[in-house]
Design a protein around this ligand. Structure first.
Ligand SMILES: *[C@@H]1O[C@H](CO)[C@@H](O)[C@H](O)[C@H]1NC(C)=O
Ligand SMILES: *[C@@H]1O[C@H](CO)[C@@H](O)[C@H](O)[C@H]1NC(C)=O
Length: 431
């Protein structure tokens, strides 16, 4: 399959914004997200090195509102592409010149970017050379914690924070294996701003299971993370929460809906389609006559999907629950700060946070709760620019993901008001 087929797909799916003539594309774009096939015959020498500068996006109305505290906190979420993953999955990066895949080079780019952003808290996923990263970042005043995955995988999640700016109060990690939910791990840390002791927040970091067919396990992992984050936030006085990570789920997916709306009726969803990743399989869209393409699953109120007791236990924790709820009200920082039409979908999430030969789309997020508001985000890149890199990692980008970077301000709302809101939402909780 040639590059022209892939560019057809991209251009028809990525018309920047809905216009009357692009409505049919628009439908496709939102129901299928993004898919592309690597330009297998792409000549190596014609690789471009486009400008990958990413602008900051700030609210249109300046955030000088008196309800915002002057305390700001900058958080990064970055899947850095494990060194071992990069060499074990060469098929995903087959067309990337091998010197761009070398760890030393990628590490230098990753740390250079991290130094430039100068974040208070950095959440990394797919880390298998933690000591390399830490020894570089120590010079910048960071300390950190690493949680390796269980099982055979050598990578894990790492959180780094600036010792002079934030103080660690409590931390825990989650091994999902304990709950029969595979070898993935997550971290939860409670921090206090050194300059302003009254400002505390909980930061979570997760790398959700990749397997696109196991939406039930992904939901189980996310449900547990959210329950534990809620409990820890309550323990410290209902402090605000930021959840960073690679959720291996697209903005069009049921899992995104669960995160953003706090509930999901499982019987309305096919468990093999929960993460949206499967709709990104190029074969579904390319190289097949139109009529043979799999139809987009249309939502019918009367269609119900069957879930076995075992799958329900995995997803919800109980074979009697078909409706999943979580106790946090989450907002996505990138969806809050709308950005540029060339970088965002209609839901205003980024069009892409990762790009390799089998996937071009969004799976990374920075979620936050009431008590915080994003005051700026580092915009992602337009798909055209990403495409002209020929795939990530590239000369300027050390990973196959883009880092998400968001600054948050604490909202000066009275604690009592917040408390009341939480009590009210809890009353609706029992299933
Ligand atoms: C990274 O490697 C681990 C095994 O080491 C594997 O389970 C995981 O799927 C890989 N991730 C990606 C994105 O290739
Ligand atoms: C879930 O959706 C099905 C199908 O629309 C509906 O019959 C059922 O009542 C819903 N369950 C809940 C708990 O809302």
């Amino acid at each position: 399959m040639g590059w022209s087929a892939a560019s057809w797909w991209l251009s028809s799916c990525w018309a920047p914004f809905p216009t009357a003539s692009s409505l049919s594309c628009n439908f496709k774009r939102h129901s299928c997200c993004t898919a592309t096939t690597p330009p297998t015959d792409f000549p190596k020498r014609s690789f471009h090195h486009p400008d990958l500068t990413r602008p900051w996006i700030q609210p249109i109305t300046p955030s000088l509102s008196p309800s915002l505290s002057p305390s700001r906190i900058l958080v990064v979420s970055y899947n850095i592409l494990g060194d071992q993953n990069a060499s074990y999955h060469r098929d995903l990066y087959a067309h990337i010149p091998s010197h761009l895949m070398k760890w030393d080079r990628r590490k230098r780019l990753i740390c250079q970017d991290l130094r430039g952003w100068d974040a208070d808290i950095v959440c990394l996923q797919e880390v298998d050379r933690y000591d390399d990263i830490l020894s570089d970042m120590k010079k910048e005043g960071y300390i950190g914690n690493y949680k390796r995955r269980t099982g055979e995988a050598v990578d894990g999640c790492a959180m780094l924070w600036k010792e002079k700016l934030v103080r660690l109060l409590e931390g825990e990690s989650i091994e999902f294996r304990e709950f029969g939910l595979r070898d993935n791990v997550a971290q939860l840390f409670v921090f206090e701003m050194c300059k302003d002791d009254s400002r505390r927040l909980l930061v979570g970091n997760i790398h959700v299971l990749f397997n696109p067919n196991r939406g039930d396990i992904k939901l189980g992992q996310i449900r547990l993370l959210l329950e534990k984050a809620h409990a820890l936030s309550e323990k410290w006085g209902t402090i605000p929460v930021v959840l960073a990570g690679d959720f291996n789920s697209t903005p069009q997916s049921a899992i995104y809906k669960f995160l953003s709306s706090s509930e999901l009726n499982l019987t309305m969803h096919d468990k093999r389609q929960l993460s949206g990743q499967n709709r990104c399989q190029p074969a579904q869209f390319l190289g097949m006559p139109r009529l043979m393409r799999k139809p987009f699953p249309f939502k019918d109120k009367f269609v119900r999907y069957c879930w076995t007791d075992e799958e329900l236990i995995t997803a919800t924790g109980n074979s009697k629950y078909t409706k999943l709820k979580h106790p946090l009200k989450l907002y996505s920082s990138y969806a809050t700060l709308k950005g540029n039409v060339r970088t965002r979908d209609r839901r205003v999430e980024p069009l892409a946070t990762t790009y390799h030969s089998k996937f071009l789309g969004t799976v990374d997020y920075l979620w936050y709760t009431d008590g915080l508001t994003p005051t700026k985000v580092l915009d992602t890149l337009p798909v055209g620019i990403l495409r002209s890199t020929g795939g990530l990692p590239s000369k300027k980008c050390g990973s196959d993901h883009l880092a998400l970077v968001s600054e948050f301000a604490f909202v000066q709302s009275s604690r009592d008001e917040e408390q009341q809101q939480y009590t009210a939402s809890e009353e609706e909780e029992p299933k």
